[in-house]
Ligand binder design. Sequence first.
Ligand SMILES: Cc1cc2nc3c(=O)[nH]c(=O)nc-3n(C[C@H](O)[C@H](O)[C@H](O)COP(=O)(O)O)c2cc1C
Length: 211
Amino acid sequence: MKVLHIDSSVRQDRSVSKELSALFIEELKGVNERAEIDYLDLAEHTPEHPSALFIKGNYTIESERTPEMVAELVESEKLVDRMLAADAIVIGMPMYNFSVPSIFKAFIDNIVRINRTFKMVGNSVEGLLTNKKVVVINTRGVDFNNDNMDHMDQLRPYLKAIFGFIGITDLTFINVSPVQFSEAETREKAISKAKEEIRHIATNFIPNLAR
Ligand SMILES: Cc1cc2nc3c(=O)[nH]c(=O)nc-3n(C[C@H](O)[C@H](O)[C@H](O)COP(=O)(O)O)c2cc1C
């Protein structure tokens, strides 16, 4: 089983989402000795935002791309290859301003590519990344359920839509909140509960290997 482990917090230390995504991977390795982990820290390796040349190259068929277009797409091709190679994708993700961190959005803009991760069939879109599982460990400063703020959540609906677009419909969300704006005891309780959930999900994790 190949797992792409992505972290998207800009914090380099004391990151709750990084600690918890690392725990998920440790637990997974404990029950899958042969699991191969490909690690991507988006804070350390932030993908470039797509440029005008990137877009032009993306919509030019491969055989007709100029050397400049090819060079502009190199990083994106490598990221797409890492997504294609993975059976499962485990993501540590803090909520930033009700949505995904902008470094993760830059990653998405690099991997949602015509004829690589989706294709057009007539007027319809067909996602090409089938048989993959995604686990999102989502930390939040506040507890949206308790604070009656669920309608403001743009993270979960966005991830469902964008992963669905490229063919990934098997998504598991582990919500960890509150991790910031509350009493220490409440935060610790939320993190302990998430750790239990992570151990349970990771140790029972069966990827979709039928490709
Ligand atoms: C720029 C920024 C925006 C944030 N926006 C939200 C938000 O909209 N909702 C929320 O619950 N927490 C918000 N937070 C709090 C983070 O979600 C929280 O600190 C994070 O989940 C902790 O994860 P980490 O330790 O891995 O960085 C925000 C934090 C930052 C830095």
